[in-house]
Design a protein around this ligand. Structure first.
Ligand code: R5P
Length: 295
């Protein structure tokens, strides 16, 4: 077995290779042709091997690199190719909202699945997108990774910034044996939200250590508003925790100013990436390969 690391996911790919039993791990050679076109080349003897290719698709280049690497692995004669897309970009446009638009999540899922035998992603914007991959597709959760990290810290309450994240907060609450609550959220525009506490809370918030759990931190608007709301209740400490830390522009600094700690998983490289989803992804890869093994 081999693990190939796309440039967007080098550290996570190396961790996955360790979790798979220290299997060989390689990074491709990349360059730009004079006209700007992307060139990739992989090393290693992959003929007849199972290959796990890991690449988040945060940027357009990441996406093109992933598609090129998939083909390079296939051209090398790999036996089975499991493509891991820890952060799947363009996932929010998962349907045609206005006439004339593409459904980017579905379309990209089909293209990624084309040369893959299976696909693994983490906390997709919508779990329904799994169906678009046209090959066996699996979704890992960032919650167990975050819970492994938070278990070593004092936590009183898990807070989801919106009703849509209720299951995440509940699952984290179950893993940490702590209560959870979901805020009422109203989006004003792409960077601003209004949040309210629910009428009933499981405890008095004063002096408590509260963890705000979200799937994505993008502009930071949601977490900053949630932290301000909780600070008004005189909580003792606030931790912001997410699976995918995009931290656009000055989001990290703005969140840092209103929280005590910021944690994300390693689906994207960022200064808060302290919880690894490698064990969860490796477990899915192992399960898939053993369930489809004919040897
Ligand atoms: C929304 O439904 C998501 O769960 C996140 O809360 C949202 O994408 C975060 O975005 P931002 O950081 O821009 O507020």
């Amino acid at each position: 077995m081999y693990v190939v690391a796309g440039t967007a996911s080098t550290s996570l790919a190396e961790r996955i290779s360790r979790e798979l039993g220290n299997v060989p791990f390689g990074m491709p050679f990349l360059k730009r042709f004079p006209d700007g076109e992307l060139y990739v080349r992989i090393g290693g003897q992959m003929a007849g091997e199972d290959v796990v290719l890991v690449q988040s698709t945060r940027s357009d280049q990441d996406l093109l690199e992933l598609l090129f690497l998939e083909d390079a692995v296939r051209q090398s004669g790999a036996r089975r190719l499991v493509v891991v897309v820890p952060y799947f970009g363009y996932a929010r446009q998962d349907k045609v909202f206005f006439p004339g638009e593409p459904a980017t999540a579905q379309m990209l899922a089909q293209h990624i699945a084309l040369e893959a035998d299976a696909v693994v992603s983490v906390d997709l914007h919508s779990t329904d997108t799994l169906k678009a991959f046209t090959k066996p597709a699996y979704e890992a959760s960032g919650i167990p990774a975050m819970a492994r990290l938070l278990r070593q810290r004092p936590v009183d309450l898990l807070v989801s910034p919106d009703k849509g994240g209720t299951d995440r907060a509940r699952r984290m609450g179950q893993l940490l044996d702590r209560p959870w609550v979901a805020l009422e959220k109203q989006r004003i525009d792409s960077e601003h939200v209004e949040l309210q506490l629910p009428r009933e809370l499981p405890m008095e918030l004063e002096d408590k250590h509260v963890v705000i759990v979200d799937d994505v931190i993008s502009t930071g608007g949601t977490i900053v508003e949630a932290a301000r709301l909780l600070a008004k209740q005189r909580v003792g400490a606030i931790t912001a925790a997410c699976t995918h830390g995009l931290f656009l522009r000055d989001a990290f600094e703005r969140i840092k100013a209103v929280t005590d700690e910021i944690y994300s998983t390693d689906t994207l490289a960022n200064p808060a990436e302290k919880a690894s989803v490698a064990p969860d992804i490796a477990a899915i890869v192992k399960r898939h390969l053993s369930s489809t093994s004919t040897a």
